[in-house]
Design a protein around this ligand. Structure first.
Ligand code: NAP
Length: 296
């Protein structure tokens, strides 16, 4: 296939480029070559490349920044998706797009399925939901993959932030009342490739399996990095003054993905361990599958 990958320098985009290039002819654009908030630019680039498939990994992903830069946030995450959808509709081009667990309000206490009602708590979630709605309205050939809590080798993320803080501050305060599923972008990229190869459409949830709070996630990061002398303290979200509200529970139910692909995503702890080992993040203890509790 001839694929146009938008946002190839991003955390997920860079992993997608690596995985897709093995079997497909992949054309890429960064924001300097195509600003998706311009409808005309989308038309020009898509008509010049004429791909079989457009993958949109471009987004404005600064969740707190979206509160103060609402215009930019909506111009990329909502209008940008509409621009891509319109440019692809006239040429019958399929679109693969990414969305987020932050379209949900967190009021459930069991994993969210694809058909659950969406009620975002912040501007980022609202802009991503609007992007989904534009895609549904302007394209009849799309796949929306919703994922959550991404980390990977090609960008600053929660894991690198915690390790930076571990080196520079004496203690860490981390929230226990937000629960989700950390997801490794390499695993997500593999899942995306399998959904593309299977020709699937519609909305599909894909995350690493299992769930945890940011506090549990931090404990595991410190443990895998061999950091034993840094206390991490559990706190609640009301102790933090962050511009954007977050859902208290945003675990996604990935059974549809398993059914479509015939594969299940591996546990988040296993993926985190692989990421930290292969990215050289600290002293990593020996890991034995299905035996996480025996780690030092
Ligand atoms: N990060 C998460 O925890 C998370 C969770 C759930 C879902 N998602 C979704 O997953 C997708 C990928 O996220 P990510 O974390 O990999 O993103 P990322 O690392 O922030 O990368 C986003 C990319 O978007 C590009 N971009 C930004 N504004 C643009 C514009 N106006 N026109 C064209 N390109 C633009 C940037 O390109 P340049 O580098 O060239 O400037 C950047 O490389 C997004 O749809 C995001 O909403 C992310």
């Amino acid at each position: 296939m001839k694929i146009l990958l938008l946002g190839y320098r991003g955390m997920l985009g860079a992993d997608l480029l690596l995985k897709l290039s093995a079997d497909h002819e992949v054309h890429t654009t960064g924001s300097d070559e195509l600003d998706i908030s311009s409808g005309e630019a989308c038309q020009n680039v898509i008509s010049a490349v004429m791909p079989d498939l457009v993958i949109n990994a471009a987004a404005y992903t600064d969740v707190d920044g979206c509160e103060s830069k609402r215009e930019k946030c909506f111009s990329v995450n909502a209008q940008g998706v509409k621009n891509i959808a319109i440019a692809c509709r006239d040429r019958a081009i399929k679109i693969v797009h990414f969305s987020t667990d932050y379209i949900f309000d967190g009021a459930k206490d069991s994993p969210y399925v694809e058909t659950d009602a969406c009620r975002p708590l912040n501007s980022y979630g609202l802009s991503k939901l609007e992007g989904e709605r534009f895609l549904e309205a302007f394209s009849d050939n799309f796949l929306i993959i919703r994922s959550s809590w991404l980390y990977g080798k090609n960008g600053r993320n929660f894991v690198t932030t915690i390790l930076e803080k571990a080196r520079s501050v004496g203690r860490l305060d981390v929230v226990t009342d937000q629960v989700g599923s950390p997801t490794y972008t390499e695993d997500l990229a593999d899942a995306v490739v399998s959904l593309i190869n299977g020709g699937h459409r519609g909305i599909v949830h894909v995350t690493n399996s299992g769930s945890c709070s940011w506090y549990d996630f931090t404990q595991k990061i410190l443990r895998f990095a061999g950091i034993t002398n840094l206390p991490a303290f559990p706190i609640t979200s009301d102790k933090l003054t962050r511009p954007a509200a977050r859902p208290s529970y945003s675990v996604l139910d990935c059974r549809k993905f398993a059914l479509l692909s015939g594969n299940s995503m591996r546990p988040w702890e296993e993926a985190l361990h692989d990421y930290m080992a292969s990215a050289g993040l600290g002293k990593v203890p020996i890991y034995r599958r299905n035996n996480l509790d025996t780690l030092p």
